[in-house]
Ligand binder design. Structure first.
Ligand code: C5P
Length: 231
């Protein structure tokens, strides 16, 4: 399988996003997060969909079932192709989200945020000695049992989750870098080739493309890497 490349549009203005997209005609997927959505509103999603792009709306919903269900319905009406919810929102929230998503909106569950280490996660959930891999696997299982299309995880958990979840669920992975790329604030990174080989279906890439002098050439490099990993 060749993983899809998803450009994270972590930019303050829609205008900058569209200028960059003009230079990337080969791109099929974009991710809209809280930064762009809060500044520009749903019009930016409509414009991206009208351009023929598949939009991943990454707002990581975690609220009562009725509220999340309404947000998912709004995303579906906008033509969003994929969206995130926090698995920790609980089974009733996940069930309500799945019903609202219908067959065309792929919901993926955030397990443990990659910004947590075992200490900060243990403090947050009030449990000593949390094994983060076990916790990620447990939450990923909850997500797929509730009927979510897949999960989001760090590059370090891709193999574990592909083994536990089987072949079908989406595994969406941020933190993708080439050798020379700056890590920025990412710690747990992987190459596009390794993440694809381990079973990722969607690779989320932001700064290596957003800051590239020639984004089209960099996109082609990432595409080549993910094709190389395909069996
Ligand atoms: O710039 P960079 O390639 O690090 O961007 C990664 C993208 O993936 C950002 O939009 C970030 O918000 C998102 N993300 C992440 N870690 C997660 C979930 C999402 O880096 N656990």
């Amino acid at each position: 399988m060749v993983a899809e490349l998803v450009l994270a549009l972590d930019l303050p203005r829609a205008l900058d996003a569209f200028e960059l997209l003009d230079r990337l005609p080969a791109l099929r997927w974009v991710k809209v997060g809280p930064m762009l959505m809060t500044r520009e509103g749903p019009g930016v999603v409509r414009d991206l969909v009208d351009r023929g792009l598949r939009v991943f709306l990454d707002l990581k919903w975690h609220d009562i079932p009725n509220t999340v269900s309404g947000a998912v319905a709004a995303a579906r009406e906008l033509g969003v192709a994929m969206a995130t919810v926090h698995v920790l929102g609980g089974r009733a929230m996940l069930d309500a989200a799945v019903v609202s998503a219908g067959p065309d909106l792929a919901l993926v569950g955030v397990t443990v945020l990659t910004s947590h280490d075992p200490g900060s996660y243990a403090q947050t959930v009030g449990r000593p000695g949390v094994d983060l891999n076990a916790e990620v696997a447990r939450l990923a299982g909850m997500a797929t049992e509730a009927g979510l299309r897949g999960v989001v995880c760090s590059p370090r958990e891709v193999s574990l989750l592909r083994e536990r979840l089987g072949a079908d669920p989406y595994i969406v992975v941020p933190g993708i870098r080439r050798g020379p790329d700056a890590l920025g604030d990412q710690v747990r990174v992987a190459s596009a080739e390794d993440a694809t080989r381990n079973g990722a279906t969607h690779l989320v890439i932001g700064r290596p493309l957003l800051h590239a002098a020639d984004p089209s050439a960099v996109l082609e490099e990432f595409m080549k890497e993910s094709r190389c990993a395909a069996p």
